[in-house]
Design a binder for this molecule. Structure first.
Ligand SMILES: Nc1ncnc2c1ncn2[C@@H]1O[C@H](COP(=O)(O)OP(=O)(O)OP(=O)(O)O)[C@@H](O)[C@H]1O
Ligand SMILES: [Mg+2]
Length: 340
C-alpha cells in the first residue's frame, strides 16, 4: 500500500486553524439568528442545532482532515469516528452522513476505496446511513464527513454550561498527538501506536449512550485544541474548572515522549492561546504537554452533578475502561482553569 503519510504535511485535528485565529476571523462574520437556531457558530459549540418540531431538533456538523496514519482503512475509520463525535457530544443520534473527499490524482485509487470503506464501517456502527458526498482532486488526501443527527431540543448538551459543584469526566486517554508525532519521527513504540489508533477509531457513541440517563450539565469532545482549551471553552464566564493532573488518563508512552520534547507545533499554539487563562501550578512539564496535546477523535469531556458523578463514571467505565473523574467545577476564580 502506498504511504498516505508521505503524501501529506500535517494530519488529524492537529492541522486545525488555531483557536485564537479562528475566533478572530469568525468575529468578523455577520450574525445569523433565528428562533429555531438553538446553537449557531457564535456559541463555538461542537455542532449546530436547529429545531424543526416541538420535540425534535436536527444537529449538523462537518469535519475532515489529512491522514495521521499510513493504513487507509484505519484513516477512514478515524476520520468518520471524529466527524460523528460532534453529534454525540451534543447529545444527539447520527441519522445520515455525506463523504467529503480530496484526493491526489497521482495516488492509487484503491487506497481511496479503502478510506471510504473504513468510513462506511463507522457510519454503519453508528446506526446511520451514508447517502452521498463530494470528491475533488487536491495536492494532499483529506477525508471526513458532514453528519446530520437528531436530538431532543430540551436535552442539548452544550459545551459551556457547567454548574459549580459538578465533577468532570474524561472518557478517553490523552496523548494521541504526541504518539502520532513520535510515529512521524519513527521513534514510536508499536504498542503506543496501536493504543492511539484504537482510541481514535472508537466511537463516542458508547459513552454517550451511558450518559443519556444522567442530568449532564455540559459536554464537549476533546480534539485539536487540547484538553485545556476545551476546558476553557467549557468554563465560560460563569465558572472555573479545576483539573486534577494526577487523575488524567493518558497513553503511558506519551508522557515519556513529551518528557523527551517530542511535541507538536499545534500543542505550542494551544499553550500560547491559553497563556492568561490557566494556572498550571506545579504541574510537571510532560503532564502539561498532555493537556495541551491536540487530540484526533478524542474522548468526551463532561460536567455532571457530584451526586451522580461516581455512578455515571462506573457506567461509562463498562464501555470506556480508561474513563476517569478528572476535575471539578468552581464559581469563577482568578483563573479560568486551575490545574492541581
Ligand atoms: N470556517 C468557518 N465558518 C463558520 N464557522 C466555523 C468555521 N470554522 C469553524 N467554525 C465554527 O467554529 C466553532 C468551533 O469550531 P471547531 O471546528 O473547533 O469545533 P468542533 O467542530 O467542535 O471541533 P471538532 O470537530 O474538532 O470537535 C464551531 O461552532 C464551528 O461551527
Ligand atoms: Mg467538537
Amino acid at each position: 500500500m502506498m504511504s498516505l503519510l508521505s503524501n501529506c504535511t500535517s494530519g488529524g485535528c492537529g492541522a486545525k486553524i488555531g483557536p485564537g485565529e479562528l475566533s478572530k476571523v469568525l468575529a468578523g462574520m455577520p450574525v445569523f439568528s433565528d428562533h429555531n437556531l438553538l446553537v449557531g457558530f457564535d456559541a463555538s459549540d461542537d455542532a449546530a442545532v436547529y429545531q424543526i418540531a416541538e420535540n425534535t431538533a436536527i444537529v449538523s456538523t462537518v469535519d475532515f482532515f489529512s491522514p495521521m496514519v499510513d493504513d487507509a482503512r484505519s484513516f477512514g475509520r478515524i476520520a468518520a469516528a471524529n466527524a460523528l463525535s460532534d453529534v454525540y457530544s451534543m447529545g444527539g443520534t447520527p441519522l445520515f452522513a455525506l463523504n467529503l473527499v480530496c484526493y491526489p490524482e497521482r495516488m492509487e485509487i484503491d487506497a481511496l476505496g479503502e478510506i471510504l470503506l473504513g468510513g462506511a464501517e463507522k457510519i454503519q456502527e453508528a446506526g446511520a446511513l451514508l447517502c452521498g458526498g463530494h470528491s475533488i482532486y487536491d495536492k494532499e488526501p483529506k477525508y471526513g464527513l458532514a453528519v446530520t443527527g437528531r436530538l431532543d431540543p430540551k436535552q442539548i448538551w452544550r459545551n459551556n454550561t457547567p454548574v459549580p459543584g459538578d465533577q468532570l469526566i474524561l472518557t478517553k486517554p490523552l496523548g494521541i498527538g504526541i504518539v502520532m508525532a513520535a510515529l512521524r519521527g519513527e521513534v514510536a513504540d508499536e504498542e503506543a501506536v496501536q493504543a492511539a489508533i484504537s482510541s481514535m477509531q472508537r466511537l463516542n457513541k458508547y459513552a454517550a449512550e451511558k450518559m443519556h440517563s444522567f442530568p449532564i450539565s455540559a459536554c464537549t469532545d476533546i480534539t485539536g485544541f487540547g484538553l485545556l482549551a476545551h476546558a476553557r471553552e467549557m468554563a465560560g464566564e460563569a465558572a472555573s474548572l479545576v483539573i486534577y493532573s494526577s487523575e488524567l488518563p493518558y497513553i503511558p508512552q506519551a508522557r515519556t515522549y513529551a518528557g523527551d520534547f517530542l511535541i507538536t507545533a499545534a500543542a505550542q499554539r494551544n499553550r500560547n492561546h491559553m497563556g492568561g487563562f490557566v494556572d498550571l501550578g506545579e504541574t510537571p512539564f510532560a503532564l502539561q504537554e498532555l493537556m495541551f496535546d491536540p487530540q484526533t477523535s478524542g474522548g468526551l469531556f463532561l460536567s455532571v452533578p457530584k451526586a451522580c458523578a461516581q455512578e455515571l463514571l462506573s457506567a461509562i467505565q463498562e464501555v470506556e475502561s480508561q474513563a476517569k473523574i478528572v476535575g471539578e467545577v468552581l464559581p469563577p476564580q482568578n483563573s479560568s482553569i486551575l490545574v492541581r
